[in-house]
Every structure is written in C-alpha cells, then in structure tokens.
Design a protein around this ligand. Structure first.
Ligand SMILES: Cc1cc2nc3c(=O)[nH]c(=O)nc-3n(C[C@H](O)[C@H](O)[C@H](O)COP(=O)(O)OP(=O)(O)OC[C@H]3O[C@@H](n4cnc5c(N)ncnc54)[C@H](O)[C@@H]3O)c2cc1C
Length: 469
C-alpha cells in the first residue's frame, strides 16, 4: 500500500485543533502507522482517508463526528473492520476507529451484557462464558459485534436463540447532531426497530445491551468431512437433515479446499472437500443423537464433532479467515435446494479457482423464523437457507479470473434465489441490491422514513446506504 494522499489544506490545521480535544491519537497520511491504520479486513480495499481517529471514549467519537459534519467530510465508522465492502474506511474523509472501545460488562442475575462498539466476538464470548452465558454472534471470533448486530447477526446459536439483533435489548446512539439517545422497546421504539437490521445508517452506536442465555461451557460441535466428489450426495443429506431440524441445532454446509489439518488424511490435503459443520446449543448427549445421521453417512474422511468449549469452537475457523487477502463475496437467500441446484453446486465444489475460497449454505429457520417480519428491520425471516460465496486469493493480478468464476456460480444460483441478500454479506453491488438487502417494499420505505428522521443530511452514508426520505 502506498501513502500518496495528502491532507486537504483546509482540514489540516483544524485537525490539529481537533487533536487537542481527543484522548485517542489521530493518524494522518505520512504518519508512521498510517498504512496499518487505514487497512481493513478485506485486502482488496485500498482507501486513503484524510485522518483516522483511534477513539478511546465516547467524547472522542462525539468530537470526531462534529468535525466531520462541520467540514462535510465523508465519515467512516469502524468497529471490527470486517465489512467486505470496506465501509470501515473511506477516501478523503475521517475514519472513527472504535476498536479500542471493547468493554464487556455482564449482569449474570439479569442475564444481560453491555458491550462497547469496538468489541469483537472473542472478547464478548470470553467474558459472558465466565458466567456460562452467551448470545448469538458470528461463526468465527474476530468479527466486530457492532456491524454484525446492526445488520442482523447470523451465527452458531441462531436457530436456538435467534439472530444477534434479536437479542439486542437496547442501544445508545450518537445522532448526527451529537445527541446521545437510548433506543429500546420503550425508548424510541421505531429507531430500535431500525437498528436491528438497518445497519449503521442512523447514528453511531456507542453501546450495545444484549440478552444472554445459558450456553455451554461445552457444546457439541464440529464438522464431518467428505471428498468433494461426494458433494451431490452430501448436499442431499444436508437438505434432508435440515428439513426438520431441532432448533438447538445450527448446521452449515461448506465446500472448500482441505487444509493440512491432522484430522484429515494426508491424501486429501489440498483437495476439494465438502463438510457439514454443526453446533448444538443444548445438552451434549441430546446433541449426539441429533447429529448421528451425519456421522454415519458414507464413511466420512474426517469427523471432529466433539464436546468442546463454546469459545474454542467460535475460534475454530479463524485460521481460514485471516485479514489482508483479496476478497470478493456474493450472497443470496435461497428458497430451496432442489436436485438440479445441488448438482450445480456439486460441480462448483470440485472447481474452486483458489484454495482459499469456499462457498457455504447455512440453514436458517428455527428461532430466526419465529420473529415476525415486521418486528425488526431484518426482513428475511422466511428464507430457509443463505448462500455465501467467499472467494479469496493472494495475488491481485488474478482478480479477473476469480471474479468471473464467482459471478458464474452466483448466476447459476439465481434459480434457487429467495429474492434477497443478507446486508452483512453484501459487497459494493449498487442500489438495487441494497434495496433487496433491506427487504424492498414497505420495509425499505419505513427505513427511508426513519433515516429521514434521524439523519436527513445523510451524514452516515459510508455504508449500505438508505437514502433519507
Ligand atoms: C471473516 C468474516 C466472517 C464473517 N462472519 C459472519 C458471520 O458469521 N455472521 C454474520 O452475520 N456476518 C458475518 N460477517 C459479516 C459481518 O457481519 C459484517 O462484515 C459486519 O459488518 C462486520 O462488523 P464490523 O464491526 O466488524 O465491521 P466494520 O467494517 O467495522 O463496520 C461495518 C459497518 O457497520 C457500521 N458500523 C460499525 N460500527 C458501528 C457503530 N458503532 N455504529 C454505527 N455503525 C457502525 C460501519 O459504518 C459499516 O457500515 C463476516 C465477515 C467477515 C469478514
């Protein structure tokens, strides 16, 4: 990465004045650490902000926000920096990096946790699991809870406990004009509705309060693996298995290249595989019975389903998701896994263009589907599956090749589409896709009205943007 950007002259002097009000540092082009500070998880994103404020406390956010508004600068809010579209940074604007604000406080009696906006999954789980409690977070441990929650929050506990946003009890938010408001079922309920699925469109959330549930400390979880040549049969098994799934069980089918993992035969290392990964959010012995059909299917090449700590499981896939690589993702909710579509997927399961890529199908339903479509701004309650194509590679020169392959798979998946996309898996794909992500129709109109009420000047536009109405 190069540092060719220069500060806007009109902003430069004022930035130094802003610094006087801040506890956290301001990092500018030319400063040591600028390239690290502007980088986000997706290495394909290469943006040059005018400054990055490493916020330490709420007053830093407030000052940074006022500064961006006064100078009409693009403003990027960064929690964990995992937005694949790169919304944790921007060109020629201000980045408020909240990662240092990662406090987690648990009230075990009330089964509630309050977390700062820079918290990542691993930190949240570590503290809540000390009390044998958890709430749904993602399927790996380094994703920021902020973006995850505001877009929905798909994870290993979702079918038992609902999405992350379904477990949000309240949020404190700074508005574009610097007011601190609290949103919950009883305080600004319409804003609370919008924060559960509408992304960071309405303001900067400075704390998240979640409902917790008894989970673990050990859960039955892990994966069963077959060579990808068996993908057709294994994906049919997945369809049947997920057709009538216990709510405690969350299951994901993964097609990828085998890592050199000791639990897999050496001959399979570097070869395409299909895996079914599960997490049972109930008693371990009940889980054993529930996952038995997967383990006895057609002589698996590897089986690492076991009772293990929930926090270990959350980190089990982290090594496959290191930051800094090139990434191109496409995603869609699916209405069905019919035979033709499974055969299509099976063809792609043996033809990845990169050993770092995968595609996954997660079973939705359960507690996710029990929430009414209009209760939160996350509208895709009825979709039984979500497809996520995660193409990853190292050499930027190969980009076109990987994009072509990903788009071909995505096109071939269209007949199975349920007509929407999960906002947190969406890349920079234009306004129509954004509308689909927010449910279109009445949901989108309601979100636009809410945006008009809380952010009429669209200060918060570095995101999957909802235009104010
Ligand atoms: C490796 C990887 C694994 C993932 N796994 C899952 C998964 O299992 N389940 C799932 O549902 N999603 C998953 N995602 C998608 C993830 O939920 C989104 O990328 C999410 O936006 C990440 O949140 P973040 O805080 O890390 O991102 P950031 O890039 O920091 O922010 C994302 C968006 O949220 C906004 N935002 C961040 N903080 C705030 C705040 N405090 N107030 C207002 N707006 C804010 C930003 O402006 C931006 O638009 C994954 C992504 C990656 C890269």
């Amino acid at each position: 990465m190069s540092t060719t950007n220069t500060e806007r002259p009109s902003v430069g002097a004022d930035l130094r004045r802003l610094e006087d009000h801040l506890v956290g540092p301001v990092i500018r082009p030319g400063d040591a650490g600028y390239d690290d500070a502007r980088a986000v998880w997706n290495g394909s994103i290469d943006r040059q902000p005018s400054a990055i404020v490493r916020c330490q406390q709420r007053s830093d956010i407030r000052h940074g926000l006022a500064f961006a508004v006064e100078h009409e600068l693009p403003l990027a809010i960064r929690g964990g920096g995992h937005s694949v579209a790169g919304f944790g940074t921007c060109d020629d604007g201000l980045v408020l990096d909240l990662r240092a604000m990662s406090t987690v406080e648990v009230d075990p009696g009330q089964r509630l946790a309050v977390a700062g906006p820079g918290t990542i999954g691993a930190e949240f789980d570590r503290v809540t699991q000390e009390h044998g409690l958890a709430t749904t977070l993602g399927v790996m441990s380094t994703t920021g809870i902020a973006g995850l929650t505001l877009g929905g929050g798909i994870g290993w506990l979702q079918r038992a406990l609902g999405l992350t946003c379904d477990n949000l009890v309240a949020a404190e938010m700074l508005t574009a004009d610097g007011r601190l408001v609290r949103a919950s079922q009883h305080e600004h309920p319409e804003l609370f509705w919008g924060l559960r699925g509408g992304g960071g469109n309405f303001g900067i959330v400075t704390s998240f309060e979640y409902r917790l549930h008894p989970v673990g400390p050990e859960v039955l979880c892990g994966l069963v693996v077959w060579p990808a040549e068996k993908a057709s049969e294994v994906l049919r098994l997945f369809r049947e298995f997920t057709d009538d799934l216990e709510e405690e069980l969350t299951a994901i089918a993964i097609c990828r290249t085998a890592p050199p993992a000791p639990f897999l035969p050496e001959a399979l290392h570097g070869r395409p595989i299909v895996a079914l990964a599960v997490c049972y959010a109930g008693a371990v012995e009940d889980g054993e019975a529930a996952v038995a059909p997967l383990r006895r299917f057609d002589d698996p090449a590897g089986d690492v389903i076991a009772a293990r700590s929930y926090t270990d499981f959350q980190a089990m896939f982290d090594a496959s998701w290191t930051p800094g690589l090139q990434n191109y993702w496409k995603a869609e909710y699916l209405s069905d896994l019919d035979d033709d579509f499974i055969d299509t997927l099976a063809r792609y399961a043996v033809s990845h263009t990169s050993p770092l890529s995968d595609f996954k199908i997660a079973a939705m339903g359960g507690a996710v589907a029990r929430v009414d479509e209009t209760d939160t701004a996350y509208p895709h309650r009825a979709a039984p599956y979500v497809l996520n194509i995660n193409t990853r590679w190292e050499d930027p020169a190969e980009t076109e090749h990987h994009l072509r392959h990903t788009r071909a798979l995505f096109e071939d998946a269209k007949p199975a589409s349920a007509g929407g996309v999960y906002v947190n898996f969406l890349g920079d794909e234009g306004t129509e896709r954004i509308e689909h992500a927010y449910g279109g129709g009445d949901t989108f109109a309601r979100l636009r009205a809410l945006k008009g009420q809380w952010d009429p000047n669209n200060v918060f536009r570095v995101n999957h943007n909802i235009p104010p109405s």
